[in-house]
Design a protein around this ligand. Structure first.
Ligand code: ACO
Length: 380
């Protein structure tokens, strides 16, 4: 009798990794030994990128060197800009991101060199270029010319600058920075696993990242931030929260997007941090309605026996939706922003996989028919 399949690979350990520890029972997250709370309060995104790629925090000169390399490498080749301009303006930004990252490989000087050194160089360029793709696409689809990255800015500032074409304001770029820090890495999530599976075949980092973006796009993973915001917009007003919950959740078959997690059976620590930032940002913007709707809905769920018994809590996508909406980002741009951050973790895992590689090739139980006899097509 063959071993029973583990649906969703739940509980299956597929690698040893030094990048992050997700403690689902206690709701704790660490990157390379550092608590997520400390990183969110103090780190520049590039500092976290350095940490994930090198296993230690950078000294000032190392951080500046990485910041500069990412900013300089963020320039898109003309061919990629032309490609972006050729895409239908109503295309889903995640399809655009996937396609544009694949296109980057045509122009990358190291694209077919699958060594650790070449992959590290490509990871630096890709980290900057994904940000430029996101900002450029949002402008191009609105009929505006893309804005090239500036070599003097950090990645969060550059994103705000390339999106708006004006000097980045501190509140917005700080909000983007904390978002990027919090989303950069998260154990063996579906998109990271995807990137490792592709890498394990001996394929290159552009292919691994394209595949990872495809996995991230789904509403069960990185697409949930956009779905959560669409749900808050559908609710519309704080007084609609309870009736909406009763109709769609208690007496309907919908899920609350941004709630629940395969690993966390306690509050996702990133959700707690993002809640604080989202609330502060909403207050300073003068519009707390969306935060109020999200918070009231979370409280309705947290008080409900169905959610309590299944240990369902807000995850990272729940309050990040409010943060991104408050800084006026279009809802369909939320998942690409997730990719902009998670490229850090994906790259770390790609390189970790390369350092200790073996083809990832699980097994399957055959449960189909046996012994059928071939029937000629004319007799079927
Ligand atoms: N709302 C209502 N019920 C839920 C929710 C939810 N958001 N999430 C899970 N449940 C229920 C399920 O119906 C199931 O109930 P049952 O035992 O009576 O059948 C139980 O909780 C377990 O759910 P599963 O789908 O088996 O859990 P799994 O670990 O496979 O899925 C997932 C986790 C996909 C995140 C799920 O909680 C979900 O769909 N959440 C909403 C989408 C979301 O927020 N995704 C982002 C996750 S974080 C990230 O990827 C960045």
């Amino acid at each position: 009798m063959a071993e029973q399949a583990k649906k969703g690979l739940e509980g299956i350990v597929v690698a040893d990794s030094v990048t992050s520890l997700v403690n689902g029972a206690e709701g704790k997250l660490i990157y390379e030994g550092y608590k997520i709370e400390d990183l969110a309060a103090n780190a520049l995104f590039e500092e976290v990128v350095y940490l994930l790629w090198n296993g230690r925090l950078p000294k000032a000169a190392e951080l500046e060197a990485l910041r500069k390399s990412i900013a300089e490498g963020a320039v898109l080749p003309d061919g990629v800009i032309q490609f972006l301009k050729s895409i239908p303006k109503d295309a889903d930004p995640m399809f655009v991101t996937e396609a544009a990252v694949a296109t980057l490989a045509f122009y990358d000087p190291d694209s077919s060199e699958v060594t650790i050194e070449a992959t590290q160089r490509k990871a630096v360029r890709l980290t900057g270029q994904i940000t430029t793709i996101c900002a450029a696409w949002d402008r191009i689809r609105k009929g505006e010319e893309p804005v090239a990255p500036r070599a003097d800015l950090n990645l969060a500032q550059n994103f705000v600058y390339m999106l708006s074409g004006t000097d980045p304001d501190k509140t917005t770029s700080d909000a983007i920075n904390v978002y990027l820090v919090l989303l950069a890495e998260h154990g063996m999530n579906a998109s990271t696993f995807t990137s490792r599976v592709v890498t394990a075949t001996g394929s290159d980092i552009h292919s691994a990242i394209v595949a990872a973006i495809g996995a991230l796009k789904g509403p069960s993973h990185g697409g949930a931030n956009a779905e959560a915001m669409r749900m808050f917009v559908e609710i519309g007003e704080p007084e609609n929260v309870q009736p909406w919950f009763d109709k769609n959740i208690k007496n309907g078959d919908r899920r609350i997007m941004g709630i629940g997690h395969r690993i966390y059976k306690a509050l996702d620590p990133r959700a707690a941090i993002l809640r604080e930032h989202a609330e502060r940002l909403a207050q300073s913007s003068g519009n707390t309605k969306w935060f109020q709707i999200a918070d009231d809905l979370a409280n309705a769920a947290l008080a409900d026996e169905y959610f309590i018994s299944r240990r369902l809590y807000p995850n990272v996508d729940y309050f990040s939706a409010i943060l991104l909406y408050t800084i006026n980002l279009d809802i369909d741009m939320f998942p690409p922003l997730f990719a902009m951050s998670r490229i850090a973790g994906w790259s770390a895992h790609v390189i970790e996989q390369m350092k200790n590689n073996r083809l990832i090739r699980p097994d399957v139980n055959y449960v189909g028919p046996m012994g059928l006899e071939w029937t000629p097509i004319s007799e079927r």
